[in-house]
Design a protein around this ligand. Structure first.
Ligand code: DOR
Ligand code: ZN
Length: 345
């Protein structure tokens, strides 16, 4: 096992930075690890207009310390009746990098999401023409479908028809959690990418209930059985260019997670590369970490890979347990797997 690993500076293709005091607390942690990040638009209200994205991008840049080089890549939150002209214009102006599909009520701040694919078809046609990828939260919202089956059902009921209906659309299945999701991406190599989080690689659904309810392991899509975690680990470490890094770091204050109805989302930004390195080391695939973290994502999005390098060290993880939110007298609890992490950054 090498004691250091130097790779091109990675990017994070799926990040929630929030706004206001939360943004002020969180942006630095993503910018320390990553050169660029795809910024999720599920603010309240959501980011649906080009002007809103430009203003949010400015707030993000202002929240990152000046000595860190970091580029926020903005996304449009798709709503029913999403305006094709706004999508096209934002792409042409270099503001939108992609648009995000949240099925309505699938997850945090998705109340304005899409209620049927028909209602967003015109927007998706504009995206096909503009060469703008669609990023998908891949879960059905039907309450009759078991929570643990919602990703697999989405693939059959929504994603497969969507690929057929919009043959020019490139799609990222975000935060894959199932072997069915892995297989779906593998089956459409020219059309699809898939992001995989550090937490879904680190634990299975048992961890959420081990010795009591563990709210800091709760996110959506929820972690599945061990066989699914193993499929994710094989996909992420395989070198297959369709799979790339997306942390889905999603901060909520500690009090809003440790309560009777805790929020979904895991704040992993301070430990993301360390946990990914741990997973790749355990799989004997450290040689493929650079492809997953630094090459496959830019290739999918048609962007150059970063020229700078980072070095990870084989040393016990050092990370704070919590991060303070300035001005709110709140903390955010930092993700920590139950298993050892022997990589430092
Ligand atoms: O767990 C999650 N948290 N999943 C999502 O899809 C959204 C995210 C959030 O914004 O908190
Ligand atoms: Zn997310």
């Amino acid at each position: 096992m090498p004691s250091t690993l130097t790779i091109r500076r990675p990017d994070d293709w799926h990040v929630h930075l929030r706004d206001g005091p939360m943004l002020a607390a969180c942006a630095v942690h993503t910018a320390r690890q990553f050169a660029r990040a795809i910024i999720m638009p599920n603010l309240v209200p959501p980011v649906t207009k080009v002007a809103e994205a430009v203003a949010y991008r400015d707030r993000i840049r202002a929240a990152v310390p000046a000595d860190l080089k970091f580029e926020p890549l903005m996304t449009c939150y798709l709503t029913d009746g999403a305006d094709p002209a706004e999508l096209t214009r934002g792409k042409e102006e270099g503001v939108w990098v992609a648009a995000k599909l949240y099925p309505a009520h699938a997850t945090t701040n998705s109340a304005h999401g899409v209620t049927s694919m028909d209602r967003v078809a015109k927007g998706l046609e504009a995206m096909e023409k503009a060469g703008m990828p669609l990023l998908v939260h891949g879960e059905v919202t039907d309450p009759d479908v078991d929570l643990f089956d919602r990703e697999a059902v989405f693939l059959d009921k929504v994603l497969f028809p969507l690929l057929k209906r919009h043959p020019g659309l490139k799609i990222v299945l975000e935060h894959i959690t199932t072997r069915e999701g892995v297989a779906f991406v593998e089956a459409h190599p020219d059309r699809m990418g898939g992001t995989i989080t550090p937490h879904h690689l680190s634990y299975n659904r048992n961890a959420i209930f081990k010795g009591g309810i563990r709210p800091h392991f709760y996110c959506l899509p929820i972690a599945k059985r061990e066989e699914h975690r193993l499929a994710l680990r094989r996909a992420a470490t395989s070198g297959n260019p369709a799979f790339f890094l997306g942390t889905d770091t999603a901060p909520h204050s500690t009090d809003t997670k440790e309560c009777a109805c805790g929020c979904a989302g895991i704040f992993n930004a301070p430990v993301a590369m360390q946990v990914y390195a741990q997973v790749f080391a355990e799989e004997g695939k450290l040689d493929n970490l650079e492809a997953f973290a630094s090459l496959n994502g830019p290739r999918f999005y048609g962007l150059p890979a970063n020229e700078e390098r980072i070095t990870l060290r084989a040393a016990t993880l050092e990370a704070p347990e919590t991060v303070e939110v300035p001005g709110l007298s709140k903390t955010i609890t930092v993700f920590r797997p139950d298993t050892p992490v022997d990589w430092s950054f």
